[in-house]
Design a protein. Structure first.
Length: 232
């Protein structure tokens, strides 16, 4: 095989690989939609997969999920350890629907045992669609890059009205205050976001009122202390 034939074969192989990748992606979407199609009202809980946080964060995530189940919500997480495990555990032990949308990774991510429904994904962006699509709210506990990625994805979609808006809670003032200060003093101050975008989320320490605040948001968003973007 000469050089030109080799290059042509490389292109053909790449196109075939991309075609199969497309089918794998479509397959993951189909599997997720089928598994969650009857989910009903759900709240997505995010947070660190690593066991480095203070125990209070684990305890709060577990207690919150219990309260969410009692309020009639299913609980969605990324299916892994840490905060995700705590949230699934609270929902599972409360007799609710505890959904884990696991991501296949070479490290860190192993499915936790507190799931009534488990779906595994190869592609992060497919999993993120599922975590957003079925959510009536996001509750975000302290976490790392993955948690921040999911947080800002949701805020972007809400800001641009690419999804029906829902409330976003950041749990832990001491953890989130630096980031929120930067968003306010840099992004909003320099005009890269609007001042009202700061009201797309709330920073809280007390989780007890979150289920009621979710209900209030979906009845009358402005009265719940959030801003709902308006279509231009």
């Amino acid at each position: 095989m000469d050089r030109r034939e080799h290059e042509q074969q490389f292109v053909v192989d790449a196109m075939a690989e991309n075609a199969w990748r497309m089918f794998r992606i479509l397959g993951e979407f189909a599997e997720g939609f089928e598994a969650l199609g009857d989910l009903g009202r759900a709240v997505t809980v995010f947070g660190s997969a690593r066991g480095v946080l203070e125990p209070v964060h684990y305890q709060k995530a577990e207690a919150l999920s219990r309260a969410l189940v009692e309020a009639g919500y299913a609980v969605l997480t990324g299916g892994g350890p840490g905060i995700m495990e705590a949230a699934n555990k609270g929902a599972f032990e409360a007799g609710g629907r505890s959904v884990g949308l696991n991501i296949v990774l070479p490290h860190e991510q192993a499915p936790n045992p507190y799931q009534t429904d488990e779906v595994s994904f190869r592609y992060f962006f497919v999993r993120k669609v599922m975590l957003v699509k079925y959510a009536a709210a996001f509750v975000v506990f302290p976490g790392g890059y993955g948690t921040l990625d999911e947080l800002f994805e949701a805020l972007t979609l809400i800001q641009t009205l690419k999804i029906h808006p829902f409330p976003v809670f950041l749990v832990g003032t001491s953890f989130w205050s630096g980031l929120v200060g930067w968003i306010k003093d840099t992004l909003a101050a320099q005009g890269t976001i609007s001042p009202e975008d700061l009201q797309l989320f709330k920073v809280v320490d007390d989780i007890d009122d979150i289920p009621a605040q979710i209900e209030a948001y979906h009845r009358e968003p402005d009265h719940a202390g959030f801003v709902v973007p308006e279509e231009a």
